[in-house]
Design a protein around this ligand. Structure first.
Ligand code: F6R
Length: 259
């Protein structure tokens, strides 16, 4: 680790690169799961997709294969899924999670929850309430992993989202759709909506680890650290949570003073 500071309730850990930052987060998660496994308790993880957690998932798979890390008592809730989308679509977050983590560790598929992009429109509201209920039934999220959008979104809670939001259907911002166009082979193929957990759902987690790598994240991170808590920068809501770790590479930290 290059540097660690505390601002409000947020611990900011800056690493040389995404590799060493991901290693740090993988160790945190491994320790938590191992400790709970030893006392036969479950671990509830909130998971993100996108490029940010890919190295982390690689490291968790390695820990499973080489250090005996077992996911058999782990329950996961993903933040979001495009809507509408088939779970079998190459670009769905269901496919992403299967490929990047679930199919390579000993997790029980019955314990992996991802918002369903195939639900009929008129059933979405009830479905979203049921998703929140599942989180409660599991005992709440022990550790929520987050990436951050270049526009400051967390999950798909886009700028303009209020703090009291729960799981729901949202309209994706054009900037978010633009960012996903390569995954879908053109912006015209990117769904216009998504189901996302809300800000309040995220803030209910016992612990939050938000990761950001690269210069293109530096502005959102600087606004989070230095700016106001505002609907215009949803990641700034994390400053109201008592237990948040921000894990950055030096590029993502480049616009924070003192780095
Ligand atoms: C993904 C998610 C999003 C991403 C964010 C960053 O489940 O909720 O908030 O974390 O868009 O995306 P990447 O990691 O691709 O830069």
């Amino acid at each position: 680790m290059k540097k660690s500071i505390n601002i409000d309730n947020v611990t900011v850990n800056v690493f040389e690169n995404a590799e060493s930052g991901s290693e740090y987060v993988a160790n945190l998660i491994q320790q938590k799961i191992d400790k709970n496994n030893r006392s036969y308790t479950s671990t509830v993880l909130g998971l993100a997709t996108g490029s940010t957690p890919k190295k982390l998932y690689e490291k968790l798979i390695k820990a499973h294969q080489e250090n005996g890390l077992s996911f058999s008592r782990v329950t996961t809730f993903n933040l979001d899924e495009y809507y509408p989308i088939s779970r079998f679509d190459e670009s769905s977050y269901h496919t992403f999670m299967d490929r990047q983590l679930f199919s390579k560790v000993d997790i029980d598929p019955e314990r992996t929850f991802i918002p369903d992009g195939e639900i009929a429109k008129e059933e979405v509201a009830a479905y979203c309430e049921a998703y929140e209920d599942e989180i409660k039934k599991a005992g709440g999220i022990d550790l929520q992993l987050l990436g951050v959008g270049t526009n400051g979104h967390i999950g798909f809670n886009e700028p303009g989202t209020s703090i009291d939001t729960r799981t729901r259907l949202i309209d994706l911002h054009e900037i978010t759709r633009e960012g996903a166009k390569d995954d879908f082979g053109g912006i015209e193929n990117v769904p216009k909506e998504a189901i996302t957990v809300g800000i309040e759902t995220i803030l209910d987690s016992k612990e939050i680890v938000c990761m950001a790598w690269g210069k293109h994240k530096a502005e959102a991170i600087a606004a989070f650290m230095k700016g106001e808590i505002t609907t215009e920068n949803p990641v700034s809501y994390l400053r109201t949570h008592p237990n948040v770790k921000l894990v950055l590479d030096k590029d993502a930290a480049s616009l924070i003073e003192d780095y």
